[in-house]
Write a protein that binds this ligand. Sequence first.
Ligand code: MN
Length: 242
Amino acid sequence: MDKRTFIKSIFLSAAGVFALGSSSAVKAARKKRKWNGEFVLPELPYAYNALEPFIDAKTMELHHGKHHAAYTKNFNTAVKEAGLTGKTALEILSEVSKYPPAIRNNGGGFLNHKLFWKMMAPATGQQPSKELMGAINRDFGSFDTFKEKFSTSAKSVFGSGWTWLVEDGGKLKITSTSNQDSPVMDIATEKGVPLLCIDVWEHAYYLKYQNRRAEFIDAFWNVVNWDFVSQRYIKSITPKTT
Ligand code: MN
């Protein structure tokens, strides 16, 4: 090997090493971006005191930082034990009848609260969009009748549970579930895409309202994030293109 060839080969192998290094760096970055299957407690989209005076800061802090955090942690454990790592919460819950109760309880707790936080916002007098209001009027007669039916359903939940407004085949329905069950679960008697939900477990209101669940439900209407609920409605009635 003459001097020139030697220098050239050094240069090429260095370029090769560089190219190799760069492509494995790209692969590592891709891997990093890929979800590792671990469920994470979502951050609240507002401060703990943002829903005052309707929902107090201390309740929000415990509800999110303790209750929701525990569901998230226990769901991760149950998912690992059941060998379901990599599936989304929605995938798991839509066939929850196949899995142990820990998946149903903690998976429901994880996903229900994740939705619940986003379905609320600081009180600014938000209203449903024209499209959603039209659907509410069509399926319940009026907005007031809808609110009354939803509130009555939430007040009537025996023990712990949730009340939901769901979209099912283009129609809006109100349904309630026990414990951490949800309308996305295959075991639900009334299924549908959740648009709005209220948590009526005592931990959601007891510090401020004690046993007065009805007062909490009345207050809840002030902090409904109708912009988000309206967007979910449009998304749920729009045919999937992919
Ligand atoms: Mn809760």
